[in-house]
Design a protein around this ligand. Structure first.
Ligand code: GDP
Ligand code: IMO
Ligand code: MG
Length: 431
């Protein structure tokens, strides 16, 4: 058995999609277990760029099955657009290569409306959400007023659910948020054909996964967002509305935790964050600008410029603990080429105290000053490096330093966006 979970260790956009695509060749199925189309996972294969928001990053491997677990929130419009685009590109030829949990919750237009109206009302205090209705959909799930895929694809149940849910949601939209309420009949008319189109993909995913495990299939679980965006373990309230940590691979797929063998964390060789909230190692200077330009740090989902800063090992250590990481992948090492000196944050100073862990309140996290170790940079271009032996001396030292400071083995190092630009040191699927 070798079932592997891949998670982001920072604030998302670590390069999870690229790494999942790479390791899919070792797996039989790839499973998304949380988040929704707030995610933007970029794959570059044979020079062609594909950005996925909902469908697992294994989809460019035609023989593998992609699975959307119960922990994901599914926007039917986005899902169908993504399916169409992939079909046009020659993928997802048969519905049985994509399975969607009947227990996943559905994002409906009022969720997105609530998300956008709330953010607009907050002004400068906004979270900086992706505006996709993710938070309001998860709220409805926990409040027991959600619509699940199983409800959605049954026209009678869907109509009944809308009839009972919508008056309350509409009152909230109109009275509290001063927005435009939704008409149940119009919504039903628009969404019933979408439900019909989704029906062939719907399955009892938990049961399916168990069947596959019994057949000794290898499963790859694909996390979205990152640990510092986790609703429990992130920089609350500047977080997303799901648990992004590896433990949720179980809850969000319906397969128990004893089935998981390895947890691989993805870390960018520096740090980025999109949206509001504290970011101790942020660089609001020329170096930050250099990283943003060289790293192409603009959101894959919203196009917003990402905030950039030095690698923060307090954040990664936090992710090591919260996910139980068994190894790490360091991505975008090539972006650091050309910097004379590189800084690594090893701890924070808060007043007279030295902190090795992330403080609980954003008020404290906003106040901390990073404590850095400075290491030499390198000028060589890394994008053509294919073997560890060829890695320039100071780039190698940087990776080894991170590995040593964390006391965590390195799975691989990524040196460019393409599938090939990836040097594997230890494959998590192989003993
Ligand atoms: P994800 O959300 O974690 O899947 O990451 P995103 O796709 O949102 O953002 C990562 C960006 O970096 C994408 O544009 C990738 O194509 C790109 N990328 C991934 N790995 C590397 C790498 O090693 N070097 C460079 N230069 N770009 C990379
Ligand atoms: P991937 O999977 C980076 C951020 C948003 C915002 C906060 C809440 O591509 O790494 P939400 O719309 O989820 O309610 O927004 O979370 N966020 C992400 N940042 N990468 C992501 O996904 C993100 N998904 C959400 O910018 O700060
Ligand atoms: Mg992304």
């Amino acid at each position: 058995m070798s079932n592997v979970v891949i998670v982001g260790t920072q604030w998302g956009d670590e390069g999870k999609g690229k790494i999942v695509d790479f390791f899919t060749s070792n797996a039989d199925a790839v499973v998304r277990f949380q988040g929704g189309n707030n995610a933007g996972h970029t794959l570059v294969v044979d020079g062609k760029k594909t950005i996925l928001h909902l469908i697992p990053s294994g989809v460019l491997h035609p023989k593998k099955v992609c699975v959307i677990g119960n922990g994901v929130v599914v926007d039917p419009k986005v899902l169908l657009q993504e399916i169409q685009a992939l079909k046009k590109a020659g993928y997802l030829k048969k519905p049985d290569t994509l399975r969607i949990s009947n227990l996943a919750h559905v994002i409906l237009p009022y969720h997105q409306s609530i998300d956008l109206l709330r953010e607009a009302a907050k002004g400068d205090a906004k979270i900086g959400t992706t505006g996709r209705g993710i938070g309001p959909c998860y709220e409805d799930k926990v409040a027991r007023r959600g619509v699940r895929i199983a409800d959605f694809v049954d026209p009678d149940i869907f109509a009944e659910r809308l009839k009972t849910l919508l008056p309350e949601r509409n009152a909230y939209i109109a009275q509290v948020l001063k927005g435009k309420p939704f008409d149940a009949d119009a919504l039903l008319k628009e969404y019933l054909p979408l439900a019909k189109a989704i029906r062939p993909y719907v399955d009892d995913v938990g049961d399916l996964l168990q069947t596959w495990v019994r057949k000794d299939w290898k499963l790859l679980f694909e996390g979205a967002q990152g640990t510092s965006l986790d609703v429990d373990h992130g920089t609350y309230p500047y977080v997303t509305s799901s648990n992004t940590v590896a433990g949720y691979a179980s809850c969000g797929s319906g397969l128990g935790p004893t089935q998981i063998d390895q947890v691989v964390g993805i870390a960018k060789a520096y740090t980025t964050r999109v949206g509001s909230g504290p970011f101790p190692t942020e660089l609001e200077d020329k170096t930050g600008e250099y990283l943003r330009e060289k790293g192409g740090e603009f959101g894959s989902t919203t196009g917003r410029p990402r905030r950039c800063g030095w690698l923060d090992l307090v954040v990664i250590r936090h992710a090591m603990r919260a996910n139980g990481l068994t190894s790490l992948v360091l991505t975008k090492l090539d972006v650091l080429s050309g910097l004379k000196k590189i800084r690594i944050c090893t701890a924070y100073r808060l007043g007279s105290k030295v902190l090795k862990t992330v403080p609980a309140t954003v008020e404290d996290l906003q106040e901390v000053k990073p404590i850095y170790e400075e290491v030499p940079g390198w000028s060589e271009d890394l994008t053509g490096v294919t073997r560890w032996k060829q890695m320039p001396k100071f780039a190698k030292k940087y990776v080894e330093k991170v590995e040593k400071l964390l006391d965590l083995p390195m799975t691989s190092v990524s040196v460019g966006p393409s599938r090939q630009q990836h040097i594997v040191l230890k494959n998590p699927f192989k003993k």
